[in-house]
Write a protein that binds this ligand. Structure first.
Ligand SMILES: C[S@@+](CC[C@H](N)C(=O)[O-])C[C@H]1O[C@@H](n2cnc3c(N)ncnc32)[C@H](O)[C@@H]1O
Length: 349
């Protein structure tokens, strides 16, 4: 078995210096004064000027300042989260494609590769800002020239074997977009590392509830039962490289005590994946992506009515035409792919 970084060394802070990042910045020659001014502006957008939260991603100088200060001080949050997972889960994560949603300058794709001391077989870095993606490419290819990296502003593909990670991005895109992305990609794991504010917690708890229809939670909750908390978060205490600590003093931002909300979900295993014979008993609706029916099938010796969802992606043109015109009473055979509340998403055989 491969040795993992955080298992082979003491659980301490992961230290990345400004000098490590500087050669890969879009603007590599920012003076300390420029850096301080830019980081102050970015920080104000994250806190008091939240209407302008997306502005910093549109200027090369600001993107470089973000990468200089937030990238090295955010990576310890990933270190913290991974260190809470079992060896079995880590072993599983390391071999999967990583989708870094709202990747910014590539913070957590870099962190992932450094912490595991191995790049994932594939990284899909998604960000609505092309400049951030350019910055992520430079940094990731700078550290790992052979990396299998795709950068994109939109990703509308299913990738069921992947790990989908949100890093301070649900905070910007909102839970609805995040949930749409999860539904579309349908990953094996969902991880988030988000600010530990009480406002965001109110949204994240809703996303948690929705995810629990198809996923179980591995961290931080002891079970997938309802959350009793008004404001659950973790507080990470860490330290950084001296140059970065000096920078955080100059910008008056504490990056040693970091309130975060982190979570790890894994897709629920379907207990009964056997083939089911069913009869369509009712047409429910057709959406852009799917057909929905009520079907009757035999389960544990009893006939049972359930709603099923058939994704169009799996259908040939002829099969799609068939479902567009089908009547009730048709026979189908399916395997359950996913349980979504009372509904089953199925694969036709
Ligand atoms: C605070 S940065 C986080 C960057 C990086 N993940 C990190 O943790 O350091 C948030 C990123 O989310 C991106 N973002 C915001 N809304 C988005 C959306 N709807 N789709 C994709 N990316 C988005 C922004 O462009 C920005 O780069």
């Amino acid at each position: 078995m491969e040795k993992l970084y955080f298992k082979t060394r003491a659980f301490g802070p992961f230290v990345l210096s400004l000098q490590d990042i500087k050669p890969h910045l879009l603007v590599p020659n920012l003076s300390e004064a420029e850096l301080v001014k830019s980081v102050r502006e970015i920080s104000a957008k994250f806190t008091v000027k939240r209407d302008h939260i997306n502005d910093y991603v549109r200027e090369e100088k600001m993107v470089s300042a973000y990468a200089s200060f937030y990238l090295p001080t955010n990576i310890p949050k990933l270190h913290f989260l991974l260190s809470k997972l079992s060896e079995e889960v880590l072993e599983d994560l390391i071999h999967r494609p990583l989708i870094d949603s709202g990747c910014g300058p590539g913070t957590f794709s870099l962190g992932w590769s450094l912490l595991f001391e191995k790049v994932p077989p594939e990284i899909v870095a998604i960000d609505s800002s092309r400049l951030m993606l350019d910055q992520a490419e430079r940094i990731l290819q700078g550290f790992f020239p052979k990396i299998n990296l795709k950068t994109t502003q939109k990703f509308n593909e299913k990738k069921s074997n992947s790990v989908l990670l949100f890093g301070h991005s649900i905070n910007e895109m909102g839970i609805h977009k995040a949930q749409d992305q999860i539904m579309m990609i349908d990953p094996e794991y969902v991880l988030w590392i988000e600010p530990g504010t009480s406002d965001l917690f109110k949204d994240l708890i809703k996303l948690r509830e929705n995810l629990l229809e198809s996923y179980e939670i591995l961290y931080p909750c002891p079970s997938s039962a309802k959350c009793p908390s008004q404001w659950c978060h973790q507080v990470l205490r860490t330290s950084h490289n001296l140059e970065i600590e000096r920078l955080s003093q100059l910008v008056s931002l504490d990056r040693k005590t970091l309130p975060i909300n982190t979570a790890v979900f894994k897709r629920k295993r379907i207990a009964n994946k056997s083939l089911n014979n069913a009869v369509i008993t009712r047409y429910i609706k057709e959406t852009k992506f799917s057909f929905e029916y009520e079907v009757c099938f035999l389960e544990n010796g009893q006939n049972k009515n359930v709603s099923i969802e058939i994704y169009k992606k799996q259908l040939s043109k002829d099969a799609e035409k068939f479902f567009k015109n089908s009547d009730v009473g048709e026979r189908i055979e399916f395997e359950v792919e996913k349980v979504i509340g009372e509904k089953l998403r199925v694969l036709l055989k």
